[in-house]
Design a binder for this molecule. Sequence first.
Ligand SMILES: Cc1cc2nc3c(=O)[nH]c(=O)nc-3n(C[C@H](O)[C@H](O)[C@H](O)COP(=O)(O)OP(=O)(O)OC[C@H]3O[C@@H](n4cnc5c(N)ncnc54)[C@H](O)[C@@H]3O)c2cc1C
Ligand code: SF4
Length: 495
Amino acid sequence: MNPGSVQRILYIPFDQLHRNYGVLKDADKATDVIAMIESQAMVTGANWHPERLFFLISSARHFAQDLQDEGFTVDYRKATNTPTGLQEIQKKYKGLPIICAEQSSFRLTEKLTSLKAEFIPNDFFLTPRDLFASWADSQKSFLMENFYRKQRVRLNILMEGDQPAGGAWNFDKDNRLPPPKNYTWPAYLEHTRDEIDNEVATELKISPTTTWATTRKGALAQLDYFIKKHFAHFGPYEDAMALDSWSLHHSLLSPYLNNGLLHPAEVIKAAEKAFKTGKVPIESAEAFVRQIIGWREYVNGMYWFLGPEYRNHNQLQATRKLLPLFENPNATQMNCIKSTVTNINERAWVHHIPRLMLLSNLALVTGTNPQEFLEWMRRVFIDATDWVMVPNIIGMGVHADGGLMMTKPYAAGGAYISRMSNYCKGCAYNPKLRTGDTACPFTTLYWDFLDRHKETFAKNHRMSQQVFGLNRLSDLPELKEHAQEVLEGLEKGLI
Ligand SMILES: Cc1cc2nc3c(=O)[nH]c(=O)nc-3n(C[C@H](O)[C@H](O)[C@H](O)COP(=O)(O)OP(=O)(O)OC[C@H]3O[C@@H](n4cnc5c(N)ncnc54)[C@H](O)[C@@H]3O)c2cc1C
Ligand code: SF4
């Protein structure tokens, strides 16, 4: 295209890679130039998990290539940082305006605003930010379930007239089975690597796994695989953790939903279509729909509603440094944590229960600093983005907001983990014991945590029963002493 005929610069960040949404939906090949920036500040700014960096960069380069093949002029460039790259492009095109969809983080919004970019609404979600804010403004407490029911009606998903399909809004009680015994899990879908992938891998000096697709085609194949092989069984084992399967029946779609290769509307459409064939039970269909139109939209809405300072909350005044076991699975003998961190190191993913009831629970009961924990989680997960990590960690994971988002902390001892997984059998520790050398660290630290914060939690009606349970512990002084030993052992990487 002749540079003289360019009229607009359309900026595509690496998490808006969809042809039909954002600024691309009404892009004009004759007059628009597409700007994409590989920010070196982003690449080298943190010790990112290599799978994550590879996935983000390779997906963006594939997307740029697809646009070029379609006839667009794409200015994809490496630059010191995003604003510098965009300024270079603006210079080339004589100061033309930058147009983009609203960004997905406060930080990027600020950067683009300082470049006087024009924003169009972000349609990568199903809920406009102002609609969410008007719901949240009208609530006493921000119960996800209330938001979710409104979403079902508003979007007309799994509805029979004005009633929920299957006669109930929520089948959560049917979704708490432990891992099945003697069960054959479907094989994992592998994604083959092409020239662009190999080029990125060589630049990053890594050998990526075949777990994550880096193209729209691959993302659609993952969606199709989930619908055919996993969807029907998704619900019942949703919360289970198993040594013999790293993903159980989870969809593995979050990376593509978060970088734009898939839109939530496409995922919901495929799920509804499958449900209508009658082969997917309501407890699986409802559970999955709840994740996509409920949790995902709720978390994004809360990120914008709660504002940029929300990430700094530390209401429980947790100051411990990040424990070595988060980086190094050999720094612990706890089977559940060793296995989870090994899985993360391998492919940058574990499902929501290890994230919540193992990693966050451990950070919570050990009093780990929320911001240090948040930074670690953002570095190591394939699907980590600011809007999703901040509410999930600060609000849900470590209760650092004092209950603004979730009314009670997700603290649990070894009994919960033992019930929902098969980790405990092969562990050096015993989930039933709270004192002694073989006591489960989770069990000991759970009671210690409740005791440390009993004055705060006694005022919370959803926690008072748990706090009351402390009165039944005749060995509390001994347990408190043992908790100190456990914390010291964890810091030294010996527990
Ligand atoms: C402490 C903690 C941290 C998390 N960090 C992230 C993160 O960085 N990025 C991320 O995408 N998800 C995050 N989640 C949510 C959830 O763990 C992942 O979305 C899910 O494990 C991704 O795997 P999947 O695609 O197989 O999900 P499935 O179990 O198949 O669920 C389907 C989809 O529902 C959506 N979803 C479900 N729960 C949530 C939620 N709480 N928040 C947002 N979306 C949700 C995801 O898009 C997911 O792909 C976090 C949850 C917790 C408790
Ligand atoms: S006994 Fe405790 S530390 Fe060991 S696997 Fe079970 S919950 Fe984890």
